[in-house]
Design a protein around this ligand. Sequence first.
Ligand SMILES: NC(=O)c1ccc[n+]([C@@H]2O[C@H](COP(=O)([O-])OP(=O)(O)OC[C@H]3O[C@@H](n4cnc5c(N)ncnc54)[C@H](O)[C@@H]3O)[C@@H](O)[C@H]2O)c1
Length: 396
Amino acid sequence: MRVAIIGQGYVGLTIAVGAASAGHSVIGFDVNPALVDQLNAGKSHIEGISDKDLGSFISSGTYAASADASVLDDSDVIVIAVPTPLDDQRNPDLSYVHAAAELIQKSVKSPALIVNESTSYPGTLRKEIAARITGVDHLYASSPERVDPGNTQWGTKNTPRLIGGLTPTAVAKAREFYDSFCDSIIEVSSPEVAEAAKIFENTFRQVNIALVNEFAQIANALGISGREVLDAAATKPYGFMPFNPGPGVGGHCIPVDPSYLAHVANQVGVPATFIKRANEVNLAMPAYVVKRVIAGSGGSIKGKKVVVVGVSYKSNVADTRETPAAAVIDLLREQGATVTWHDDLVATWRGESSSPITGADIAVVVTKHDGVDLAAIKACGYVFDCTGSIAGVDGI
Ligand SMILES: NC(=O)c1ccc[n+]([C@@H]2O[C@H](COP(=O)([O-])OP(=O)(O)OC[C@H]3O[C@@H](n4cnc5c(N)ncnc54)[C@H](O)[C@@H]3O)[C@@H](O)[C@H]2O)c1
């Protein structure tokens, strides 16, 4: 099939490589010309996609990136994989999805299967994409992406894929496409069900992470180890699923997607109270971390040198979107500390560069990548570990 993918970020490039590996002829379209040049030079910007694999698809002619929208026409399949962030009021910002629909409206004159993989609320495919594209008889399906960057066990191939279409023909065509590089396809009765399933999955995580974050604070105040309690509870073979406490939630999904559900819930008059409360708890975690660091450092961190270790939102990825490290650093600085940060995967961020761990009075480990220098962390006067993975130090 001739496949065009709109957006070559984490999701779009992952799907591009999946489709190319199945032998489809793939064009990765992106509005960022620097990214397009980088990809065409065989340089991947995503963990899990090697330069070697990308280069081999480019040289075999199965993949090319482009910033020219005319490449979208004459495709069998067009996949939309663009950002779906929140605006300043934490409401859904569908401007990228609308821009993708406008591109298709302008540039695509031959009928294609149009699949939306971007995460959004139920009704997006039907009302925000299909309704904006007129004059050509396209097929429309929703197949929300479930990729978990950095996860070596579950990837595009073996994570079951949901498909909901506007028509049975759209579902059949989408099945044919995804069958070529995914092990398991699950058809649902409408795109709205597929869209809602994706945001409910991430809401489930957001709410449970908030629950465990609140519990960790209760356990600490009770003088017991929250992590030991969780390990003990997890020995129950049924009815319990462990989640880990931490400094908050980050990335493009968990802090964002539940607010898409809350937005539509509000529109239909059902308050999404769990989402609201979970946001409050998770967003307050950086303040809790800083409170504990101050308590553990004798009541003040004024004038102390603090290194925050790991600023990406989770281990072994370089993604700093919505990372709680930002609030942790800002709050530490508000308390008068001199704060640097260290991250082997993030060279520069917020106009600052990664600094060495050594020489700090206090190390606050927000995210722990494999291979981080544990000896250097432990050599700091006081260590606060948000990851629960460094033995013998203070932490959540
Ligand atoms: N990152 C994840 O782990 C993940 C997992 C599942 C689902 N999702 C969802 O997938 C969607 C994409 O997320 P992502 O992480 O890949 O985002 P990203 O920011 O990594 O990539 C998006 C890309 O789209 C490009 N873009 C923006 N507007 C465009 C347009 N009009 N035309 C062409 N390209 C355009 C950007 O330049 C960027 O390269 C979002 O809805 C997200 O919620 C993300």
